[in-house]
Ligand binder design. Structure first.
Ligand SMILES: [Zn+2]
Length: 63
């Protein structure tokens, strides 16, 4: 119950500047960058790039 297993680990890109962040996507579709309230450019809108398999999460571009 302590795990945040309701949220999927994803890669998300800022809609303003296309910076890519590790993020979580919640069941309601909300995408939230991990460790940040939003992008460094000030935007808080992200779009899904790729879903991350938690069992093999680590490096980007791993398949
Ligand atoms: Zn940005």
């Amino acid at each position: 119950m302590a795990n945040s297993d309701d949220a999927n680990r994803v890669l998300a890109s800022c809609v303003e500047c296309s910076s890519v962040y590790a993020a979580r996507q919640w069941p309601d579709g909300e995408i939230q960058a991990i460790g940040n309230d939003g992008c460094s450019c000030g935007s808080t809108d992200f779009e899904l790039v790729q879903t991350v398999d938690e069992s093999s999460a680590g490096e980007t571009g791993a398949e």
